[in-house]
Ligand binder design. Sequence first.
Ligand code: ATP
Length: 359
Amino acid sequence: MLKIGVMLGDDIGLEVVPETVKVMRAAARAVGLEIEWHELPLGLLGHELHGHTMPQYTVERLAQTDGFISGPIGHNAYPRNDPTWIMPPLRKQFDLFASVKPVRSYPNLPSLHKDVDIVFVREVTEGMQYSGTVVAGSGEFRPNDGISIGMRVVTRAGANRVAREAFEIARTRARKKVTAVHKEPVYRLVCGMFAEECRNVAKAYPDCTLDEVLVDGCALKLVVNPQQFDVIVTTNQFGDILTDEGAGLVGGLGLAPGLCVGARYAMAQATHGSAPDIAGRNIANPYAMIMSGQMLMGWLGRTRAQAKAARAAELMDLAMARTIAEGKWLTRDVGGSASTTEMGDAVAQAVADIASKTS
Ligand code: ATP
């Protein structure tokens, strides 16, 4: 029995997260996978019920799950300078060290390139020490008005674990290719250590290949010939920039899913924010959130040796591809006219159809 925490978050989170759970439930049902769902307050609801946007109540219960789904947080509307209204630091709390972001084109959706299928694996606990990655103080300081200094940290352990995650993902894919992106010729020590660990980890994955590309060259290649990439692993700030570039290749925030991965937990979280401008109208695209849930299912399959979860993830993937190819139940941001719930229903139905034909 798997335990999954569900946090709706704010604004369109209230709409896209239930569709995600709907599709995950359909996939679990189709493969006979038992899941215990735990809905927990976060964001505005957390504040209303427990006086904090990330209540201790929620944190304690999440710690007892196998993984969780988090909707977007409407932090732009939160009062400033009040520590009870914060962007919930779930990544830090659960040591989720890698942000995994797939970028995929679909034949019938507009995108700059066709046949793009890349997974970015970005280290998110070290690198440039901006707020959120330091425990106390800051990695930036200004000794006088004419000088500002910023620090960058790479640890062997940090580089090793993110590289390992990249190879684990590559191993599940057809091309089994990892590209480590860095700038070793300039940042000999920090990028050097990152590259060394990627090479060390590669030795444990003889079924996969490793190549290395400098970050500026990678930015260019992504624009010119993104089809050459399979899994890209990189440090925090390089990844921050490259993942946005990747999302731009295939169009739209509604199409950008994500999974934050740690040693013990993973959290499904779409790239988009809470989109208050379209909230409450049942028009948000649930793709990114549903596919984040799909990634969580796949991760659970891989890390908990749960063949049923792996199969459920496969079904969700096929069902989404079919729904998009049919083009009938797409939301307006990708050229359709369906509602959020209609698209969620269509994907859930496709899961059941595909499962019944292949069982
Ligand atoms: P944040 O600062 O919270 O990350 P943001 O400024 O990046 O938020 P979003 O909330 O992600 O902004 O929204 C940016 C734009 O993209 C808005 O116009 C929004 O309506 C649109 N958008 C975001 N998510 C979706 C979605 N799932 N479906 C359709 N449109 C979306």
